[in-house]
Design a protein around this ligand. Structure first.
Ligand SMILES: [Zn+2]
Length: 343
């Protein structure tokens, strides 16, 4: 029986939702948790469609069936019974006013479906007052309403909300699955893979299994600074394996802007590279977070002793701490180069 085929990976979660719907044990609220770009909105839309799907009892159809009027309306963003609730654009949190509006219309019957679905975006940004107001609704929800709370992290949600809304944790998907999927749905991905495979695999690597991030990175403007940091990080690690003459390190420091976030990004990339080098030493076929080519990672790793990689990780950690305490950007990079023997 097929279910939630638009969602990549996450089999256990899809199976659970399909059985909640078919066995009519659906909760009145779910928290869909996962980092930005993991596919929370896609899951919410598909879940809303599955709940109202006219063929949900017929196992010969996938769930949602995608072809009945309810599915088409919901997935085409045309159903007045699927309501998206978001914070005001200029606010950093979701205030109680928005939840009051929700409370005012939550008891109105659905328009043409049996169930009204409220998709609450960035639910982790609801302030405490908003959460308390929401709780009142959640304690006595109308029978025809389902709430889907999308949250990057459920830690900031009240325990009393979490106890009434099961958490559906979305997981990143395997690289191969992401690669196949993005090439099949997005012409720009196919083009990039053909014209510049190395860059394409870097995009896959940088996405960490999150489809939304991969899609964003297909935009060259978004991709460029991230790739530049990766290349610089690799350069840095390679410099450590070579006889030092300080010239290249001096160039890196010289060419570096004074932007704090940029150095933090570089440090994070060096950290990922160092972790890969360590992982390659310790196991046969480790999942790599930085290198796109395992042989290359093994070759570089061979030139390091484990102790040296640990020391590099320690130095990176320290540099990050200093940056957070507002140290001078170039000076921090300079010190790191000295500690790592590049100068
Ligand atoms: Zn349907």
């Amino acid at each position: 029986m097929k279910h939630f085929e638009s969602i990549l990976g996450n089999e256990a979660l899809r199976l659970r939702l399909a059985s909640d719907i078919r066995e009519k044990t659906l909760s009145h609220a779910y928290i869909i948790e996962g980092p930005r770009g993991v596919g929370k909105h896609t899951l919410a839309k598909n879940l809303a469609a599955a709940i109202s799907c006219e063929n949900s009892d017929d196992p010969s159809y996938p769930l949602p069936c995608l072809v009945c009027p309810a599915c088409r309306k919901i997935l085409g963003d045309k159903s007045p019974d699927v309501i998206t609730v978001s914070r005001e654009e200029d606010k950093t949190s979701m205030g109680v006013d928005i939840i009051r509006d929700l409370r005012n219309n939550v008891r109105l019957l659905p328009n043409d479906l049996d169930t009204k679905v409220y998709i609450i975006e960035e639910a982790h940004l609801m302030n405490e007052q908003a959460q308390n107001a929401f709780l009142l609704t959640l304690e006595e929800p109308p029978s025809f309403v389902v709430f889907l709370l999308l949250a990057e992290n459920s830690l900031s949600l009240l325990e009393t909300i979490k106890s009434r809304a099961p958490i559906l944790r979305m997981r990143p998907i395997p690289e191969k699955t992401l690669e196949r999927h993005i090439v099949s749905i997005e012409p720009r991905a196919k083009e990039l893979k053909e014209s510049s495979p190395e860059e394409f695999y870097e995009v896959i690597k940088l996405s960490c299994g999150y489809i939304g991030q991969a899609l964003e990175l297909l935009d060259e403007k978004t991709r460029k600074p991230l790739l530049a940091a990766r290349h610089m990080a690799k350069d840095f690690v390679l410099q450590m394996t070579e006889r030092k003459n300080g010239k290249r390190a001096a160039e890196i420091i010289e060419g570096f802007s004074k932007k704090r976030e940029e150095l933090l990004r570089l440090l994070s990339e060096i950290e990922l590279a160092a972790r890969d080098l360590l992982a390659v030493k310790k196991s046969e076929d480790p999942p790599l977070c930085f290198f796109t080519n395992e042989d290359e990672a093994a070759e570089i790793s061979f030139k390091f002793k484990s102790g040296a990689i640990m020391e590099l990780l320690g130095n990176i950690y320290e540099a990050k701490e200093r940056l957070r305490e507002n140290s001078n950007v170039r000076l921090t990079l300079f010190d790191l180069c000295v500690k790592c023997g590049l100068l």
